[in-house]
Design a binder for this molecule. Sequence first.
Ligand code: TYC
Length: 107
Amino acid sequence: KKKQSEKGGSGTATLERELAVEPPPMYSVWLLNDDYTPMDFVVEVLEQFFALSIEQATQVMLTIHHQGQAVAGIYPKDIAETKAQQVIEFSRHNEHPLLCHVEKKPD
Ligand code: TYC
């Protein structure tokens, strides 16, 4: 005798499997320009916390310098928020005013 939970095997169970593999919502970490943080410090931050090459890090740093801000990386929420905290903590430890913020990407 078939159990109640096994009825309609291609209905609810299929939907549950599809939902289970949805990617998580993603969040951009933006670094902001300021007048005081040295360019080489920002490049170091982009290399150390966002795993950019020195060429990528230099390009992103220059984009921030000229345009006011740029995306350093895109991650699930908890990772994005941790990176932002770590950048601010590292910057304060080195007495630089560098700031960043986290923004949810559209679903
Ligand atoms: N504008 C800074 C300078 O001229 C450099 C800088 C770049 C600062 C990027 C912050 O996120 C930043 N020294």
